[in-house]
Design a protein around this ligand. Structure first.
Ligand SMILES: Cc1ncc(COP(=O)(O)O)c(C=O)c1O
Length: 403
């Protein structure tokens, strides 16, 4: 059913993208016409700053902007619109949580992450740990690249104040089973934060069902524009932590000596927000809704199973991450003996297959596997099995070139 979805993305009908197998979706996805048109229309017909003007144009812009917040709320099933904070991206959302929350911790308190975290969910915590004398622990992964949940009790203890976990690894493709870990952390009154930068583009995420304190994702990885991210925060949690950025919009009262803060969500939205980007994100989430999760999930499950079956057959190619399709998505990082990932990516580019090479912002994870870099092919709704075949063909050509 998604076979024609490529037609919904203008880049694939224009020059540069016409014959391109775009397999770098974990880095950023392409944009469908509906998102581009909605943003264009907003700038052409409805643009004004939000939450300020009393004239019609500004009121309409505010209505459109707040309607997008409601779309985001529904998309992740948050309880209230005020629990949706607009940020710049996942990095910004996680920095907000780490920097605001860690101020309230005491020396010796602990933060539990996993070994498969993206730098965005690692460096902010690590830096706050250094600033406030906290300890960061990393829940290990197995050699197959799945969370080693059996070790949880060795890493979670009475000083663990926050558990921050990815809902889908951007390298391994692993989708950890979060529910039991969340339940145990919440039972011990620890805060739970989820990095959903990859997850939200691949399967439905329900923040109320998960019962978490906060969740972060970016618009650009889910068919929306760059410059817009989301922080979901459960109301009690967001009210309990201090603002992250200070200045205009986020205040209630200001004197020369002191200030008080706006209620949620504006307490965390200082300054003029990325208005058109918020509206573009709303259009992207509506686009996903129209396609429907069952269709998307089935398409991606097919790509995952097919990708694994053909890549595992390529001689001297090693997939870093689970070799079986359960609890894993269509992200494949791999190495090929005798070929540097950058060389592989360059040769693939010459046959119009776009992949990523490098550490994919997960250096500690690569070190764990004894690597400095890998090649990554990541798939989404507009990709096809034929494109996986082109990837494999390109890898074989490269192997011949370097043999
Ligand atoms: C799992 C994960 N977390 C966080 C990020 C950071 O996203 P952004 O660069 O949009 O802040 C990424 C981006 O690759 C990611 O894959």
């Amino acid at each position: 059913m998604l076979d024609n979805s490529r037609d919904l993305f203008p880049i694939f009908s224009a020059g540069a993208g016409k014959n391109l197998a775009y397999l770098d979706n974990a880095a950023s996805t392409q944009k469908p016409t509906v998102v581009l048109e909605q943003m264009d229309k907003f700038y052409r017909t409805s643009y004004a700053n939000v939450h300020r003007g009393l004239y019609k144009l500004a009121e309409n812009a505010t209505t459109e902007y707040e309607a997008a917040r409601e779309i985001v709320r529904k998309f992740i099933n948050a309880k209230k619109d005020s629990e949706i904070i607009f940020t710049r991206n996942t990095n910004a959302s996680l920095n907000l949580v780490a920097q605001s929350y860690c101020q309230q911790l005491a020396p010796g308190d602990e933060i539990l992450l996993t070994e498969m975290e993206h730098h965005a969910n690692l460096v902010p915590w690590q830096q706050m740990a250094q600033r406030y004398k906290l300890k960061v622990r990393y829940l290990p992964i197995t050699t197959e690249g799945r969370l080693d949940e059996k070790k949880y009790d060795d890493y979670f203890n009475s000083r663990t104040r926050v558990v921050s976990l990815t809902a889908m690894s951007n390298v391994l493709g692993t989708v950890p089973v979060l529910e039991p870990l969340i339940a145990r952390a919440k039972a011990a009154r620890s805060r739970v934060i989820i990095d959903a930068a990859q997850a939200v583009a691949h399967f439905p995420v329900d923040v109320q069902k998960l019962g978490i304190d906060a969740l972060a994702f970016s618009g650009h990885k889910i068919f929306g524009p760059t410059g817009i991210g989301v922080l979901y925060g459960q109301e009690e949690f967001l009210n309990a932590i201090p603002p992250f950025e200070y200045g205009s919009n986020m205040i209630d009262q200001v004197t020369y000596e002191a200030a008080t803060w706006s209620p949620l969500p504006t307490k965390f939205e200082a300054g003029t927000p990325p208005i058109a980007e918020v509206i573009g994100l709303g259009a992207a989430l509506e686009f996903i809704k129209r396609l429907g999760w069952p269709v998307i999930c089935q398409h991606e499950a097919d790509l995952t199973a097919y990708g694994l079956s053909v890549l595992l057959k390529v001689k001297s190619l090693k997939i870093i991450g689970p070799h079986t399709p359960e609890n894993r998505g269509p992200i494949f990082a791999f190495t090929v003996d005798g070929v540097h990932p950058h060389d592989l990516a360059s040769v693939l580019d010459s046959v119009e297959v776009a992949v990523r090479s490098g550490h994919h912002c997960a250096l500690p994870l690569h070190s764990k596997f004894g690597l400095t870099a890998s090649t990554r092919a990541s798939f989404t709704i507009y990709n096809t099995k034929q494109e996986i075949d082109r990837l494999v063909e390109g890898i074989k050509q490269t192997q011949k070139l370097f043999s």
